[in-house]
Design a protein around this ligand. Structure first.
Ligand SMILES: [Zn+2]
Length: 491
């Protein structure tokens, strides 16, 4: 246990005392989590320290019948796509067979019509649902930049800022992964429906990224050195090999490496994307990035479904991260992330809710395993070979939803409940019907494989409570505004 800090008596600390805390890969009974005024975890200590309240200068909060877990990190989101939920689950008349590509038509039709205020309302709705499901940080892969006519707004980051404003209102941490999108594809005519995404020159893109970083830095200047990590920061996201020519990709990646920014890119989601890359570059997307020296430990390959064994090895050598989005991938018919192969080579896997067909990162965690069970007709496919503890598989999947996600989006002080990290966490009600009766040894597997969102009762980001008794304080108004948006868009 870390020793008590000398300054602890001078600041307003809070100690949370739940029944169980998930720390260092296991649930512990009888611990208190102590947070300082800057929103960091100061220490985890025996709860018996708080039996005599006078000894502690701060506030003591007993969380009865609760288990406390690190906040979930959603590494891949397109918040505005929340508006097409439920509207793409029918066969389109113009196509005999639906696919990712026909779904995309519907997504474009929504993207073309949203005003800045609509973007804010849609994002608030998506982020509200994230908060209610225990997500405390999000990586927003943001590609709506321009007016519907394809003209830059007076502030070229207006829509990115609307998304960040929504995250701030909900209380989530956000990595705004600003998307570079230059073209429809190699040898493909420009598509007017993509005009809101396009910044054709890398210099334009980089100028806008620099402006956004400067604006965030101004807003986020910590009051003192004790403040926890930022609530909003910037990463870059070349959309895909299809959408970004190689020279452009080289230039913006060089910039991101120098500035140590997280870099995310859609990779090998669909076979057609891989074959287009082979046709243009003579290499798979991962092989192209590898031979160009563009993979790194700050690089996240989103989806990474249609990989060769050599691709997996290249990702492993570069220490790159894969972000799987299984609830979206099953919805879009994308395919199955080969997580068994990735784990075998030591590749870290984060998780994202992507298109927001469903916002439940624990469902993504279990789907990572379930998709492989269905494919291989086996069970416990992703269980580690070197650990036969009862919770080993669940812990591995839970790490994907927390630690690996935090690394992917650059939330370096989130993902674990240990001293020095941000106090980002959620609680589950141990009497919730979905997990009641679990022992301390099988609670994590109950949560990872069987949890219903009704169990999630409190959510905290940087020590600040954003969900109480399963509700966010802005919930009523946020939902009403979103319903009005949906009526405007679709009726
Ligand atoms: Zn995506």
């Amino acid at each position: 246990m870390p020793t008590e800090q000398a300054s602890s008596e001078q600041v307003s600390f809070i100690a949370w005392l739940p029944d169980l805390i998930y720390t260092k890969g296991r649930f512990e009974r009888g611990l208190a989590l102590v947070c300082d005024e800057g929103g960091r975890i100061a220490r985890l200590v025996s709860a018996t320290e708080f039996d005599e309240a006078t000894k502690f200068a701060g506030e003591v909060v007993r969380l009865k019948n609760r288990a406390l877990l690190p906040g979930l990190v959603n590494a891949h989101s397109h918040a505005f796509q929340r508006v097409i939920r439920g509207r793409t689950e029918r066969r389109t008349r113009s196509h005999s067979r639906d696919s990712f590509w026909t779904w995309r038509e519907m997504m474009y039709s929504a993207a073309a019509r949203l005003t800045p205020e609509d973007v804010y309302d849609a994002a608030r709705m998506a982020f509200l649902e994230m908060a209610l499901s225990g997500i405390t940080s999000v990586g927003e892969f943001h590609y709506l930049h321009r007016t519907p006519e394809g003209v830059a707004y007076d502030d070229p980051n207006l829509l990115a800022k609307e998304v960040v404003r929504a995250a701030r209102e909900i209380g989530l941490r956000i990595a705004l992964l600003r998307v570079a999108y230059a073209r429809s594809g190699s040898q493909v005519a420009p598509d007017a429906r993509q005009s809101r995404f396009i910044e054709a020159e890398p210099q334009t893109f980089l100028k806008h990224v620099a402006q956004l970083r400067a604006d965030f830095a101004r807003d986020e200047t910590p009051a003192d050195n004790n403040s926890a990590e930022a609530l909003a920061w910037v990463g870059i996201a070349p959309h895909s090999i299809r959408a970004v020519p190689l020279d452009y990709l080289r230039e913006i990646t060089r910039f991101a490496v120098a500035a140590q920014l997280p870099t995310h890119m859609h990779i090998a989601e669909q076979p057609a994307e891989v074959s287009a890359c082979l046709a243009e570059h003579g290499r798979t997307p991962v092989a192209l990035l590898d031979t160009e020296g563009l993979l790194s430990e700050r690089f996240t390959a989103v989806h990474a479904i249609h990989l060769t064994p050599e691709d997996v090895t290249a990702l492993a050598h570069a220490r790159a991260i894969v972000c799987a989005c299984p609830t979206t991938e099953r919805n879009l018919g994308d395919g199955i992330v080969p997580t068994d192969d990735l784990f075998a080579k030591g590749v870290r896997v984060a998780l994202g809710t992507d298109s927001h067909t469903q916002i439940d990162l624990l469902e993504d965690a279990r789907e990572l395993e379930y998709h492989l069970r269905l494919q291989k007709l086996e069970r416990n496919v992703l269980a580690p070979d070197d650990n036969d503890a009862p919770a080993a598989l669940a812990a591995r999947l839970f790490d994907c939803a927390t630690i690996e996600g935090a690394q992917s989006i650059g939330a370096h002080e989130s993902g674990e409940l240990v001293a020095g990290q941000s106090a980002d966490f959620f609680t589950v009600d141990l009497d919730d019907s979905s997990i009641a009766g679990a022992s301390i040894d099988d609670l994590l597997a109950s949560i990872v494989f069987s949890n219903a969102r009704t169990s999630i009762r409190e959510v905290f980001v940087g020590g600040k409570q954003i969900v109480a008794e399963g509700q966010h304080q802005g919930q009523g108004e946020i939902i009403e505004n979103f319903k009005a948006l949906q009526r405007r868009l679709w009726q």
